[in-house]
Ligand binder design. Sequence first.
Ligand SMILES: C[S@@+](CC[C@H](N)C(=O)[O-])C[C@H]1O[C@@H](n2cnc3c(N)ncnc32)[C@H](O)[C@@H]1O
Length: 382
Amino acid sequence: MKKRNQKLRNLLQMTFYRLKDTDNLKRIEITSAREKSTLQVDPENPRYLLAEKDRISREELREYLEQQLAGIEKATVKIIERGSVVQLKILPGDVKMEINTQDEPAQHQKTPEYGTRQDFIRAGEAEELLKAVGIMSPEGQIKADKRRKFYQVDRFIELIDEIIEEQPDKGKITILDCGCGKSYLSFVLNYWLTEKKRMPCKVIGIDDNADVIASSRKIQKQLGYHNMEFRQGKIMDFHSSSDIDMVLSLHACDTATDEALALGLHLESKYIIAVPCCQAALHQKIDFNQWKPISKHNIFHNRLADIFTDGLRAAALEAYNYRVSVVEYVSPLETPKNIMLRAIKGYNQPGARGKYQELKENISGEIPLENFLKTLDYRNND
Ligand SMILES: C[S@@+](CC[C@H](N)C(=O)[O-])C[C@H]1O[C@@H](n2cnc3c(N)ncnc32)[C@H](O)[C@@H]1O
């Protein structure tokens, strides 16, 4: 028994050492012939666990478990964290450890034809999350009216995963979701990075709508996603004392796409990824004279203007030394707002600034993205 208890101590020490810098622990379940008990992470402070009568700090946890298990012949202890379960089988003379993770290599799909694509996030594995955010019904089905949103979020994450995979440095990443709305993207991305990729991350959502921020905070608490933060406010008023590595926006409406792009540039974010929603700001300012025979048709005018607007955004990012890829992130049948700009910092492309300046000559008046960036830079220097 003495030898067994020593082994138990070592295994607990090892397990909690691995968890010491994260808030990924969810609960601990102890099952013995005598009783079944659960230690839940305190939703108010993830550094504490709540037992029936005790509140135990992370630092006290190993000793607490050793005491609970000292005189017990046989028991099972499950240490459940986000994305994995450590199981300790305690026998009279030994302790056996088993680790189960959900790690599986990501399956990127090069040609996601509508209707043939496999979900990137496996709904069955992400049940708790998908139910909490309201994408899945309590019976475990993706809700009919949320199928489209799930597909969009799923595909968005697949495309983020592609560019993260390209990078050699996969250290901790801080992500800002601009105009996060109900935060489907933020939650599912957090799940993917933390539980499947095992990549430490912090995800911040900002939205000026108080209701969506309140509901996101409620879901965050329910899920115990301690590495998230939701702020109510304007994108342009966002401040952070620490670096932001990735700025996202998905269908951020009105001027919010340009605000998000400007903020990404201002913060010198390594990645800027946007699926624009509105392209209307430049429509009447673009000089289409050289394509008059085409642009005289209203539909062509609008489509040209949309493409020109997003093209100008991509060129602006290139002028600021980002490498930009433009993809149709979902089928146009899904949503006409299906263009994704993916930009990665640190690629100086000779001539990019000049080409951007040339493009701008087709615009009369001010360019929103530039105006927002000027405002942010000015405030910073003030
Ligand atoms: C169409 S919703 C998209 C929400 C979410 N990204 C999604 O795809 O489900 C756009 C969101 O942007 C927010 N928004 C628009 N302009 C904003 C701004 N300037 N600052 C912060 N949030 C803004 C709105 O409140 C709204 O929740």
